[in-house]
Design a protein around this ligand. Sequence first.
Ligand SMILES: [Zn+2]
Length: 108
Amino acid sequence: MEATGGQQQRNCVSCGRAIAWDANVCPYCGRDYRLQMMAPQAQPMMSEGVKVVIYIISLLVWFVGIVIGAIYYTKPDAESKEFGKMCLILAVLGMLLWAFCIIMGAIL
Ligand SMILES: [Zn+2]
């Protein structure tokens, strides 16, 4: 399709280039206009599926959960903080479970 002339345009607030009026994402800098975020470097948070996988990893491999949880818990946005807290809680649970298995293994 080459007959796109005459389309209304606006300037990207992030990089200043002219983009299509109804563009969802700036083709030059990748700024996403579907998200009404004010932070200039706001990155989209991971999907729910990825979160669940990391929760399971945190529970099963607790030291990985503690590392991931600590990284996310120190991030400024609330969603990352909440995610980090959840990873840490699951990691502690996983650690208790792991310690319980070690103790039971030592007794039996
Ligand atoms: Zn842009």
